[in-house]
Design a protein around this ligand. Structure first.
Ligand SMILES: Cc1cc2nc3c(=O)[nH]c(=O)nc-3n(C[C@H](O)[C@H](O)[C@H](O)COP(=O)(O)OP(=O)(O)OC[C@H]3O[C@@H](n4cnc5c(N)ncnc54)[C@H](O)[C@@H]3O)c2cc1C
Length: 441
């Protein structure tokens, strides 16, 4: 029997791939009453909100094919409309290629900064994320946008973050594109998600819901409370509807965040516990807001690098899919990150968000709010601090010896988007099926 801990996309994908391999002797244990993890959506009063806007884009054909199969036509293709609010101006995303409209001094800082950065000796590898920003974008873009925005999202000193995770995510700016953008010539899209997909109905949560419908053995409302190695394999204790239960598995896939997983394992050694405690991550607060006015924006998302506003990004679910807000109304999804261990006062945060939306001009003074709801996630983003690799390797090496296969964004402890989480679940299923020990020789 194979146990899968956590029913987010990675856990659901592991289960789906086990079934495809003809195995039905598995069970997914999911803490919440609905599967989907970070990719769940929630609905109230005719509005649907995701846990942060989740758009579908991937370079991986297999992952995209799977998503299409699950969603069966419940998928629309969209052209990204993301913008950045700076100096009381909206500039198109990505910032460096659409500087037009900003004060001339800011545009000159950005262009000169890139030219100066190009003059520096090539080949010196940046030692940390802050240096990488300065080398890649120059002083102007760094100061006006990249550094403040990243400080707001990561809530961690940028000089104590590594750069391995950035590879392939952020292209270096082309000075010609920058000059064209600064002059207002904006006839091209940039970046891998310039076109994306989004479900027509049900928000992103329709993806895990469709996946869950294809698998047989999913138990929701099951909180894993302990894991012990035993002669029979791995004993997993869990609470199900308030009652303690236990199951023994010959193989175990875990998508539970590593800092939560390790303390559950009875014989985890001190160095592995210490590594798990040292992992850095952000918590996430999302606020869904319904507004009694149609068309408050025609954008998908707006990024806010400036310190004065609490949120780093807001998005407009009604522009991702019209079905996610009642007719004649609009919806806003606001994201605020917090440091690991920080417990935000949700009431005060919600009040501040509404004030900030008014001062940023998103809400008018007379706008009436039809709905507001705050949700928090214990784990939002993995932070790549300088010890990330060492700590993760320490934990993974020991989990491997213990026969536990980590998967997903918080099992692998990587910046995985949905496609990588789905592929990670597939890899874990394949590993779980691989014969082990002497019999494998
Ligand atoms: C703000 C934000 C925006 C994002 N936007 C995008 C995007 O635009 N596009 C994209 O592709 N990806 C995006 N992502 C990434 C995407 O959300 C993740 O890749 C994916 O949802 C991770 O799935 P997972 O199964 O690995 O982890 P999770 O979704 O975290 O699943 C883990 C599961 O384990 C369960 N669990 C935890 N502890 C226990 C326990 N003790 N017992 C039982 N169950 C437990 C949890 O309830 C959860 O369901 C975004 C993420 C964030 C935070």
């Amino acid at each position: 029997m194979i146990g899968i801990l956590g029913g987010g996309l990675a856990g659901l994908s592991a289960a789906y791939h086990l079934e495809r391999a003809g195995r039905t002797d598995y069970v997914v244990l999911e803490r919440e009453d609905r599967p989907g993890g970070l990719s769940r959506s929630w609905s109230a009063k005719g509005y649907t909100f995701d846990s942060g806007p989740h758009i579908i884009y991937t370079r991986d054909e297999y992952a995209m094919g799977l998503i299409r199969t699950f969603l069966r036509g419940n998928l629309a293709r969209k052209r990204r409309e993301n913008w950045i609010w700076l100096c009381r101006t909206l500039v198109k995303y990505p910032f460096e290629t659409f500087l037009h409209g900003l004060p001339p001094k800011v545009i000159m800082d950005c262009l000169e900064g890139v030219l100066d950065a190009r003059k520096c000796e090539p080949g010196t590898r940046p030692a940390n994320f802050r240096e990488w920003i300065l080398q890649t974008f120059g002083e102007g873009i760094a100061r006006h946008y990249f550094i403040p925005y990243n400080q707001k999202v990561w809530k961690y000193p940028l000089e104590r973050m590594g750069i391995d995770w950035i590879q392939g995510r952020v292209p270096s700016p082309d000075i010609r594109d920058m000059m064209r953008g600064a002059l207002g010539i904006q006839d091209r899209d940039f970046g891998p998600n310039a076109m994306f997909h989004y479900p027509v109905r049900g928000g992103i949560g329709s993806l895990p819901a469709a996946m869950a419908a294809t698998i047989g053995n999913l138990r929701t409302g099951c909180t894993v409370t302990g894991i012990a190695r035993s002669p029979g394999g791995l004993d997993v204790d869990f609470l199900f509807r308030g009652r303690e239960s236990s199951m023994t598995f010959s193989g175990l896939v875990s998508t539970i965040p590593l800092p939560d997983l390790v303390p559950l394992i009875h014989d985890a050694p001190p160095e592995v516990r210490a590594a798990a405690r040292s992992l850095v991550f952000t918590r996430l607060l999302c606020m869904g807001i319904g507004v009694e006015r149609a068309g408050i924006s025609d954008k998908h998302s707006i990024y806010y690098p400036e310190k004065g506003l609490l949120f780093n990004r807001i998005s407009f679910p009604m522009n991702m899919a019209r079905s996610t807000a009642p007719r004649g109304k609009s919806s806003i999804l606001v994201e605020v990150t917090f440091r690991k261990g920080e417990r935000p006062d949700t009431g005060k945060t919600a009040a501040r968000i509404v004030d900030d939306l008014r001062s940023a001009g998103v809400l008018g003074r007379n706008d009436r709010l039809d709905h507001r709801e705050v949700r928090t996630c214990d784990h939002g983003y993995v932070v790549y601090d300088l010890d990330h690799r060492r700590n993760v390797d320490t934990i993974h090496r020991w989990l491997g010896e213990a026969g536990i296969l980590p998967a997903g964004r918080f099992g692998e402890w990587e910046y995985h988007n949905m496609d990588r989480s789905i592929l990670s679940g597939r890899r874990a299923a394949e590993e779980a099926l691989r014969p082990r020990g002497p019999a494998a020789q």
